[in-house]
Structure formats: C-alpha cells, structure tokens
Design a protein around this ligand. Sequence first.
Ligand code: 3HC
Length: 289
Amino acid sequence: MQTVGVIGAGQMGSGISQVVAQAGMKVLLSDVDIALAEKAKDGIGKAFAKLVSREKLTPDEADAAFARIVPVADYAPMADAQLIIEAATEREEVKRRIFESAGKVLAATAILASNTSSIPITRMATSSPDPARFIGLHFFNPVPVMGLIEVIPGLATAKDTVSRTRAFADALGKQIVQTEDEPGFVVNRILLPMINEAVFVLGQGTANIADIDKGCRIGLNHPMGPLELADFVGLDTCLDIVKVLYNTTGDSKYRPAPLLMKYVEAGWLGRKSGRGFYDYSGDVPVPTR
Ligand code: 3HC
C-alpha cells in the first residue's frame, strides 16, 4: 500500500495514522471538520518529538513521517488510497453513513476496513459498495505501543482482501490474530466482560476502586487494573461494546453493569473527560470511590 485513508481523528485514528506514516505510507486523515484532523496531526507531531528525544527516531525520519500525514476536508482525495480505514465512534449508524460516503470515492480495487471493536463486519459490509472488499481491522490502544491487530473477514470478504489486509498489518510490524466475525471478536469478547464485572464488583461494594485495580495489577500481573483500563479506553466505548455483546447474543451474562451506565449518563467517560473511576484533574489520578 502507498496511500491509506483514515476516517476519524480521535485516539485510535491518530494512533493508526502515526504507525502508518512511520511505516512509510502516505496518510489522508479526515474527521467531521478538517480542524480536528489538523489538531490530531499536531498531537502526532508531539509523539514524534518525544520519540526523537528518546532517540527512537531520527529528526529526519520524524520530519518525513510527519509530512506523510495530510489532513483532508472530505473523502474526495481518498480516491487515490489503496485502503481506507474507518476509525470513527463506535456507533453503527455513524459508521454506516461513513461507508456509504467513502464508498462513493473508493477506488475499484481498494479495500474499506473498519476499526470497529465489536460491531459485526458482515452486517456493516452491506453499507459498503463491495462487501468482498470490506473487512475488520481492529487496532489496540495505544496503537503505537500495542503489538496486535485483529483481522476479521466478514461472510462476503474475498480471500484477496484478507491477504492484502494481512500484508498491510505485517508492514506495520504488528502481530495478527485472524478471527471469525463473532461479537467482540476475540480480545474484546474476553476483556469487556472482565471490565463490566469489575464495575459490578465496585457497585456491590465488594472492594474499592484502588483495591480492585491493585488486585488485578499485582494478582494477575496486568499492566493496568480493569477500572483504570476502562477509563483509558473510555467508559462510553466500554458500554457500547458491552451493549453489542448483550444485544447481538441476547445472553444475560453480558448485561451492562448499572454503575457503568450511570457513569456514562453523568458524562464521566474516563481520562478523556477528566473523570471516570479516577479523577484526572491533579498530577496523579485519584480514585473516586
Ligand atoms: N504513543 C507512543 N508511545 C507510547 C504511548 C503513546 N500514546 N503511550 C506510552 N508509550 C510508550 C512510552 O513511550 C514507553 O516507551 P519506552 O518503554 O520505549 O520508553 C512505553 O510506551 C511505556 O509507557 P510509559 O512508561 O509511559 O507507561 P507505562 O509503562 O505505564 O505503560 C501502557 C503505559 C503502555 C499504556 C501500559 O499501561 C499498558 O500496556 N496498559 C494496557 C493497555 C491495554 O490493555 N490496551 C488495550 C486496550 S483494549 C483496546 O484498545 C481495544 C478497544 O477496542 C477497546
């Protein structure tokens, strides 16, 4: 691939743009407003500066990768892309609108991929111009650090689309797990019930936030406890994924924890809103319960 379109300039879209540019490909980055794509590019510039200061990138490499990221106001320039990756909010109707619009400019052999964390690929493929060239490409946060990509073919995805997508993931230096198109795929199917259960444990007063996280950090050797990780991922995103698991399977074991719903209703979405299970207003995160 030489040119990749990235739709959505949030945490995931920024991370994806960074690693794609570092792998030598041109990135066309878009969001609802070009100012958001430009702001994301500034943030990626800061990440490059940090990598240069730690001697992980040379200044020339950083400048070249930075120049390869081009914020765009609409999808028209993505007609030149061999791959378009959607990394928008985890709402099916939003993603479907994007596939319909981006589908209008998608080149005849180009692939349309979704970074969805849980929504069925086969179902969303019906909003793309060619389901044979539609696929799931699930990155993990923070994208530049996490070594895994899940590749999820839908029912109609062509073999050639799978092999080209795998070659792209390889070119980014990531490990691949290819999964069937089942709700939550592999990693989120396992992770989100754990996070949701941690919120039940908190809601039932079994332990406080600090101890739930300490238990998993030390007792399981996880880099972050489940509530810290929920704040990191975003509580709205966590709830969206749990709802997909619950609604698509109808299995009551996936019912969202009431406290998780309450936090999202309060706008306490984790790190990005300044408060979730922890308060991020000071120098160090402080547990709120
Ligand atoms: N961009 C680039 N590099 C970053 C980074 C970022 N945003 N954040 C951290 N790093 C790098 C640091 O530079 C550092 O590099 P070095 O070891 O070469 O010096 C390294 O990562 C470690 O960072 P820190 O020392 O600052 O911090 P920690 O050691 O506390 O690690 C962490 C931070 C990597 C985020 C670690 O806590 C972690 O692995 N947490 C779990 C993350 C996780 O589980 N992610 C998956 C979430 S689920 C998901 O994404 C799926 C979605 O669908 C919900």
